[in-house]
Design a protein around this ligand. Sequence first.
Ligand SMILES: C[S@@+](CC[C@H](N)C(=O)[O-])C[C@H]1O[C@@H](n2cnc3c(N)ncnc32)[C@H](O)[C@@H]1O
Length: 291
Amino acid sequence: MSHIPVLLDEVIEHLAPCQLSTVFDGTCGAGGHAKAILEAHPEIVQYTACDQDTEALCLSKATLAPFLAKVVFYHNNFSNPPEDPKLFDAILLDLGVSSMQIDTSSRGFSFVREGPLDMRMDVEGPLSADEIVNRWDRASLERLFREYGEERGARKAADAIVMARGRRPFRTTLDLAEAIARVLPRRGRMHPATKIFQALRIAVNRELEVLKEAIPLLAQRLSPKGRFLVITFHSLEDRIVKESFRDLVKGGSYSLVFKKPLAPSRREVVQNPRSRSAKLRAIEARPPEEE
Ligand SMILES: C[S@@+](CC[C@H](N)C(=O)[O-])C[C@H]1O[C@@H](n2cnc3c(N)ncnc32)[C@H](O)[C@@H]1O
């Protein structure tokens, strides 16, 4: 399935008042947001398209073909922005995984497609899901599932993993999903392993730590009146964005672009169920004389 950019109209609307020369797209993915921003802002001189996944960057190269003269592809973590340009008129983070990453079974993100227990967005990353599932002790697994999965059955899941791997190590995503489905109930339409997989993915990619350190660092790279937009997909990352933006606003050099986070319209959720938990927050850098 191709990736449908989430909250696209809202992103475009809240960048509309800005004159954009430089943009940092920290999570370029398939380039859906990037293409729309480049179309809406012909004045853009340099669009830095960053992703820690080389496969995503290859896809975005195809999507962004008409704009290649303006786009600099940057394979890195968004917590490591390039030195040049110094300031960005807009920064966008659209967090989490893309539909392509989930649908590519060899990446190991899906509990319905058989693949290796991997889940690294950057395939050079040091930690894979295999290491966690087969090596972490019972208490660490339980804490991970409770804190990063907000899973009520964290203890049961950890017990089941430790018991099963004593007989034979886990090899594939389906091995794991089946072991979890034997001990946790299905909740509504949600697969019993959904939150366990979410927790593993967050830990493998250090998603929350990276976000916490990246927000203040990226905010410093905004030009006066530059805007920083972040789209989150679950409460753990949304809380980090909310609190980090609040601290920046308290410091006096930034203001909120809108008070309450924006959620997708009902129509968007129907067209793209992946958007259902999305939230958009944004800050603007105050020009020095207003501080
Ligand atoms: C939801 S997708 C982005 C989709 C994109 N906005 C589009 O419209 O096609 C998230 C992308 O961000 C990348 N990503 C997630 N965390 C990252 C990080 N810390 N640094 C760089 N890229 C990251 C993932 O590899 C994935 O390709």
